[in-house]
Write a protein that binds this ligand. Structure first.
Ligand code: NDP
Ligand code: X2W
Length: 345
């Protein structure tokens, strides 16, 4: 059994990790932290977990975490990087759900996250945990940087086009929409039901911290500098991201082979579903599932290919992908604990 610790177990992604790990046959959760709820039994706080966990929340203790085989950080940015050197020295493997190790360029990281990096020596060694892109590297990694939620939906949709050099990499557009759980559980006025309900708005149009992450991964994957316009939106739902992606095809004749190309690219991927050409994937079709579902479109009289990509931000966009990465790191069946279909309606 893999002995797992979770730092940040009261937040949305931490509790989603617990929900998934509750039925994972190869894992025991031995430690789950919260500073504000230390001493409170997990099942008292989250009754959906009654009967699954006897644990109570505890203060983060590096000595206890160092005794785990793997630690998940489901904490705000800046927390994991302060504890990583000690855990790495103890031989613990880590999947960090925050953005601390996602960007390779430290100056760009500091510019977007507003603080100096505390573990620069581990940034280079960390592997960006998008299994559909770098599965082999993940299997040997000690530290995996779990991708951001918007980047997961956007990268999976753009990758087949850029890997094959079919689209102009300088003119990509990603229009992202997220449910409010993407903002986390800590109180923010902008996330109150009275603010989010019956409303729909763009935010971060002049630049969002996921922009450098999307740009860096696409540039590495395509071998070319990539120009992406990314605008996120907040929609009045709890879970889910829909990303509508636009790319200019260099040669319109390639439209005829795009569907086959996407199907081939993801044929052996258990967590990517390419729907029939012209479909409109819905966020509710992936709610609770570790799945990115996508579909291609061609708008009439244009060379623009449109990809609609949906994920559950808390599952394929966070906790599910983190467990997928753990499975790969420990040589388990990649789908272990992640096979449940979406909840619908
Ligand atoms: N929500 C989403 O859809 C996604 C989130 N992420 C990322 O995952 C991480 C967690 O997100 P989310 O679950 O939404 O966040 P929440 O705000 O819901 O939860 C944060 C958790 O971290 C703990 N925490 C906060 N500060 C510290 C600290 N200094 N030291 C130790 N623990 C701390 C909190 O508990 P306590 O304060 O009691 O210790 C809480 O359990 C973030 O980096 C987020 O950006 C990634 C993809 C998607
Ligand atoms: C709706 C909402 O607020 N979404 C968050 C992104 C979700 C998230 O937690 O970002 P990471 O995946 O990088 O951790 C935001 O825009 O900052």
């Amino acid at each position: 059994m893999i002995k797992v610790g979770i730092v940040g177990g009261t937040g949305y992604t931490g509790v989603e990790l617990l929900r998934i790990l509750a039925v994972h046959p190869d894992v025991t959760v031995s430690c789950i932290t919260s500073r504000s709820e230390a001493g409170v039994p997990v099942a008292d706080m989250y009754p959906n977990l009654r009967g699954h966990f006897d644990l109570a929340y505890s203060e983060p203790d590096p000595a206890v975490l160092a005794a785990c085989d793997l630690v998940f950080f489901a904490t705000p940015h800046g927390v994991a990087m302060s504890m990583i050197p000690e855990l790495m020295a103890a031989g613990v493997r880590v999947v960090d759900l925050s953005a601390d190790f996602r960007l390779k360029d430290l100056d760009v990281w500091s510019q977007w996250y507003g603080m100096p990096h505390q573990s620069p020596e581990w940034v280079e060694k960390a592997v960006y945990g998008l299994p559909e892109l770098v599965r082999e590297e993940i299997s040997g990694a000690q530290l995996v940087a779990n991708p951001g939620c918007y980047p997961t939906a956007i990268l999976l949709g753009f990758l087949p086009l850029l890997e094959q050099g079919l689209a102009d990499p300088s003119r990509l557009i990603a229009d992202g929409k997220s449910g409010a759980s993407g903002g986390g559980r800590q109180g923010k006025i902008g996330m109150l039901h009275g603010e989010v309900g019956e409303s729909f708005k763009a935010y971060g149009a002049s630049g969002h911290r996921h922009l450098p992450e999307i740009r860096e991964v696409l540039s590495t994957a395509s071998g070319k500098a990539t120009g992406v316009t990314f605008v996120p939106h907040l929609v009045p739902m709890v879970r889910g991201i829909e990303a509508t992606l636009y790319a200019e095809l260099k040669d319109p004749a390639d439209f005829d082979r795009l569907q086959a190309l996407f199907e081939e690219r993801y044929r052996s991927e258990p967590f990517v579903d390419v729907m029939p050409f012209g479909s409109h994937p819905e966020t509710r079709s992936v709610r609770g599932a570790n799945l990115c579902r996508m579909a291609l479109h061609r708008q009439e009289q244009s060379n623009t290919v449109i990809v609609s990509s949906v994920i559950d931000n808390l599952v394929k966009g966070a906790a599910g992908q983190a467990v997928q990465n753990m499975n790969i790191m420990f040589g388990l069946k990649e789908t272990q604990g992640l096979e449940a279909p979406a909840l619908l309606p």
